[in-house]
Design a binder for this molecule. Sequence first.
Ligand SMILES: [Zn+2]
Ligand SMILES: [Zn+2]
Length: 296
Amino acid sequence: MKFTTAPSAVEPARDFPELLPHGRTAVRLHPRRGAPGTYDSHIGGPPLWPADEAWPDCAGHRDINGRAYPLPLVAVTQLTAADFPELRFPEGTDLVQLLWCPEWHDQPHPAGWGQACRLYWRRADAVTDPLAEPPDPEEHWDHGPDMIPRACVLHPERITDYPGGEELPPALAERFGAWLEERDLPDDLTTVPGHKLGGFMNWCTTDRPGALECGACRSPLELFLQFDTAEWRLGSWGPDGAPHRFRPLEERGREPVDGAEDPAREPVGMTVGRGGHGGLFVCATDPRHPASFFTQ
Ligand SMILES: [Zn+2]
Ligand SMILES: [Zn+2]
């Protein structure tokens, strides 16, 4: 199955050439519920985990008597170099796995997040004896499924993403905003929504933190993986009543439903932040440094 994003009403090469140098390729993941395998790229599927490596716990929990009560992290995503050659895999690795604690603790965790949210960079063929059954989140987490993803297969699509106003030179952001307003056009060009790799995040709820830098080495942080409650917006979008640009062309024949019952619009079934989106940011110098997660 292939999913295709419709073109934007704005064509930067024709309408706004000065935006072009700010474009960056993002990979829309187009997750859809399914039964991914241990060796596949996926969200919420079984990770290729060495049977002899202890499953990591979150140490940030206590029982009613105040004693430490470690809970197993939840496997969130696995991505392979074969599917995503654009990811900067550290030398000797070709597989990355994200595990996290579905409780927020003190996100974005510039310091302590390393414990509750971890990326594992591996070499797939080094895992000769894979764990047959990872811990089942249902058995350990009774806090609700907000941050426990449903098993999804991925259908990557590469598109050009542009930064939102906070990340453009202020004068350019202002000119672009005015240009859209004059034509009564919504912005469907910048900060691509939904699950994606790379590109730019929309800081619509809080301002973008002034210094987005790695807690270990002070290099800039960059968006690695965006999680989103919904893949696209409901309703008509733009002056001609067209559906939201990010609703895949292949799925426009089916009637969308509002909420997690819609497996096309909310395939992962997570409520990110307060129903918005969140970005996992990694160090631009070394993606093995502790990651930070910001929600909007
Ligand atoms: Zn925790
Ligand atoms: Zn760093």
